[in-house]
Design a protein around this ligand. Structure first.
Ligand code: HEC
Ligand code: HEC
Length: 295
């Protein structure tokens, strides 16, 4: 609000309240004895309207509202830009509530903070809490059954991009993860691309092209892919390169899916949660995720 506006509003409000006071004063004068019976001149069927003052209690109620308004405007924001004596703000109130909530939540999670994972996984109440945090924070991406979807890993299969140990999962949750599969297929000829796809498929039970093609694919693999996916194509937890031999696929295991992965690259992003969940909650969630993998 512009300051000059604020000033006008202050003046207008005060004048209004003063005006109200004056109006009450002016209309509440006790009429003199002899005037008491004076009527307003309104008459219906012999019933006359007397010009009596307001009843006292009613009058005082009006004075009270004026008094209340002044008190309110002194304590709380309401008079133009004035913040009020109590410095009350909606944001402040929101933050107070939030802090009260956090204190309550912290007290609740404190008992889980020092519990080892094995114990947490046996604790039905803890796992129930984990499930509700999961539904609120994770299910949108990983699915309400944690079964994942294309590009979003299945968390129930005990197959891990980044490792399934406590410290791996905690690191995943705290800092997030970013998978970086470069678009290497774009620089290959169609034939080379096809041979690599066939080599990858040769690790599965699917039918593949001739051995020569697979061998050519392996040669290409050994140059271009081995650094990340490893000599045995079993991947690396360190950079989140998936195991290509277990027939568990993040982006699909059909020829077309693998070709697309190679041509366009893939960049799965798991968002960091350390600003969203407290350390005790992350500790609990890591145990919950581990328990999913063991079902
Ligand atoms: C915005 C979507 C999104 C949300 C929300 C999300 N995740 Fe993820 N998460 C992913 C993606 C995508 C990956 C795979 C990252 C990659 O491809 O490298 C992943 C990976 C993971 C992994 C690693 C899996 C492995 O195989 O190593 C775990 C564990 C995980 N998420 C748990 C969670 C939990 C628990 C939550 C909730 C607190 C959560 N995620 C919330 C998208 C999400
Ligand atoms: C710089 C490291 C790096 C190199 C080099 C690399 N990859 Fe990857 N690859 C990854 C990562 C990381 C992912 C997971 C991407 C994600 O999580 O979004 C991945 C994913 C894949 C997938 C998808 C797996 C699935 O489960 O859907 C395939 C297939 C694949 N890579 C094959 C290859 C092949 C073949 C080559 C060589 C031509 C190669 N990659 C080279 C890091 C690499």
């Amino acid at each position: 609000m512009k300051p000059e506006w604020s000033n006008w509003i202050v003046i207008f409000t005060i004048l209004n309240i003063l005006g109200m006071y004056w109006l009450l004063k002016a209309t509440s004068k006790q009429p003199k004895e002899e005037l008491e019976k004076e009527n307003t001149g309104h008459e219906w069927d012999g019933i006359v309207e007397l010009n009596n003052p307001l009843p006292r209690w009613w009058l005082y109620l009006f004075y009270f509202t004026i008094f209340f308004a002044l008190g309110y405007l002194f304590l709380y924001p309401g008079l133009g830009d004035n913040k009020g004596y109590l410095d009350w703000t909606q944001e402040g109130r929101y933050e107070e509530n939030l802090e009260a909530y956090k204190a309550k939540a912290d007290a609740y999670y404190a008992k889980y903070a020092d519990m080892p994972h094995e114990e947490l996984m046996q604790d039905a109440q803890a796992m129930k809490t984990g499930r509700s945090i999961f539904l609120n924070n994770c299910a949108a991406c990983h699915g309400s059954d944690a079964g994942g979807a294309k590009g979003f890993p299945n968390l129930t299969d005990d197959d891990w991009l980044y490792g399934g140990e406590e410290e791996n999962i905690v690191a995943t949750l705290e800092n997030g993860r970013q998978g970086m599969m470069p678009a290497l297929g774009a620089g290959m000829t169609d034939e080379e691309l096809e041979s690599v796809v066939q080599f990858i498929l040769s690790h599965t039970s699917r039918e593949t092209a001739s051995e020569d093609v697979v061998a050519a694919g392996k040669a290409k693999y050994d140059v271009m892919c081995v650094a990340c996916h490893g000599a045995d194509a079993k991947g690396s937890h360190f950079i989140g390169a998936p195991n290509l031999t277990d027939d568990i696929w993040l982006y699909g295991g059909e020829e077309a899916d693998i070709r697309e992965t190679l041509l366009n690259g893939r960049n799965g992003i798991m968002p960091a949660h350390k600003e969203i969940l407290s350390p005790a909650q992350i500790h609990l969630m890591a145990a919950y995720v581990k328990s999913l993998g063991q079902q």
